[in-house]
Write a protein that binds this ligand. Structure first.
Ligand SMILES: Cc1cc2nc3c(=O)[nH]c(=O)nc-3n(C[C@H](O)[C@H](O)[C@H](O)COP(=O)(O)OP(=O)(O)OC[C@H]3O[C@@H](n4cnc5c(N)ncnc54)[C@H](O)[C@@H]3O)c2cc1C
Length: 378
């Protein structure tokens, strides 16, 4: 693992630092719609300068950035305090999946509006009885002429309330083995058969939704990767899920830990052995996370595919983020429980960290089986 940037990587980092310094995101709006508009606007500013998706090839409006450059982009975005692009699922998941599996027409139709945030995407994978075991999904698509008619329910669909398109995985063959009877669709959300019902979470935000699909119609031309090939196409989406984002998360963690240390110092608590011990532990974990993120990058560069470090990183990050939010609340005392404060928000929001993007239990299974070589759980 070489942690030294090459000259061109350093130049890229400096260019980004200059851009973010010249484009401050401004104060984050608290009202939900205003907040969303702020994130959309910021993505448009990035897109105007070719920075909305640096990891995309140049022919599709990206910069053709290497993995290291892409990691640098997310690090600098995190450092600058800029928001995640409004179309983060489009940029990180839908775009790369369409580039891998799409027909020339699908690429031509969908990629540009993803970058410009003119068309927002959501991910319709999870269902009430199919989360960790995604292949158990029951949403059904039946062919009718040159269309598919879809019926079923999705849940936890982040950003569906803003989305024009959905990456939808549905069952098209009930006789085939459960991984084999699936097809991946690009579903237009703006139609009568699709109802989006917001789910208000513990923080008070409706970040995700239930999706009730009742006779929605999808043209055959919107199948991605071929009928019955949905599992493979979905794996492409899932493999892209954390690419790069891990770097932003570890930078944000670093910033939050620095703020917490300053808070503890301001309260004269650095000499308190219990607080010092906890801060020391968080410091060690945060630095380990940073190095593990780079180790994951090195593995991809060497072997071409992400290693199991991704699972380790996600588990360590969610655990550390939850501990950090808890320590911040402990230091603030009852003030941390005041509704609407950042500390109260973090305390509640971090609960979901060990569920979203793969639960901790499932990640532990992967590490046990694929890293430690222990017997399979099932
Ligand atoms: C903030 C947030 C945003 C999300 N956004 C989206 C989205 O946009 N689109 C989307 O499709 N999904 C989304 N999800 C859903 C997420 O991917 C699922 O919640 C996750 O895959 C877990 O599935 P589940 O909730 O059905 O839990 P289940 O799979 O039912 O798991 C329940 C419990 O059983 C445990 N468990 C399950 N299987 C095993 C096993 N084999 N071994 C040991 N323990 C096991 C789990 O760890 C968990 O504790 C989001 C979730 C969150 C929290």
């Amino acid at each position: 693992m070489d942690l030294t940037f090459s000259d061109s990587e350093t130049a890229f980092r400096d260019e980004l630092r200059g851009w973010f310094a010249a484009n401050p995101p401004g104060e984050e709006p608290t009202e939900e719609d205003a907040n969303y508009a702020w994130r959309r606007d910021f993505q448009r500013r990035l897109a105007a300068d070719g920075l909305a998706a640096v990891h995309w090839p140049q022919e599709y409006g990206g910069r053709g950035a290497t993995l290291t450059e892409s990691a640098i982009f997310w690090e600098e975005l995190g450092r600058s305090g800029a928001p995640l692009p409004a179309n983060v699922l489009g940029v990180l998941l839908a775009g790369p999946t369409i580039m891998t599996w799409g027909t020339p027409e699908q690429k031509e139709r969908h990629l540009a509006p993803i970058l410009s945030a003119d068309e927002i995407w959501c991910q319709g994978f999870s269902e009430p009885d199919a989360g960790s075991d995604l292949a158990a999904l029951k949403t059904r698509a039946v062919r009718e002429g040159d269309e598919w008619v879809v019926t079923g329910q999705k849940v936890w669909t982040s950003g569906a309330q803003h989305s024009k398109w959905c990456m939808l995985v549905a069952r098209t063959d009930t006789d085939a083995a459960k991984h084999k009877g699936l097809t991946y669709f690009l579903m237009d959300m703006e139609q009568d058969g699709v109802e989006v019902v917001p789910l208000r979470q513990i923080t008070g935000e409706p970040e995700f939704n239930e999706l009730f699909i009742d006779g929605a119609r999808i043209p055959d031309a919107h199948v991605l990767g071929g009928e019955g090939n949905g599992w493979k196409v979905a794996l492409t989406t899932l493999m892209n899920e954390r690419a790069g984002l891990g770097f932003m998360l570890q930078v944000r963690l670093r910033q939050q830990l620095d703020e917490l240390m300053a808070e503890a110092a301001g309260r004269g608590l650095l000499d308190d052995p219990v607080v010092a011990d906890k801060l020391g532990d968080l410091q060690l974990r945060t630095e380990t996370l940073r190095l593990t993120a780079y180790r994951g990058l090195t593995a991809i560069q060497k072997y071409g595919t992400p290693g199991p470090e991704g699972s380790l990183l996600k588990w360590m990050w969610s655990d550390t983020n939850q501990q950090l939010a808890q320590l911040a609340a402990d230091l603030l005392g009852p003030a941390a429980l005041e509704a609407g404060t950042p500390a109260a928000y973090e305390l509640l929001r971090t609960r979901g960290n060990s569920i979203e993007g793969g639960t901790t239990e499932v990640l532990k299974n992967i590490i046990a089986e694929r890293v430690l070589g222990l017997p399979k759980a099932r």
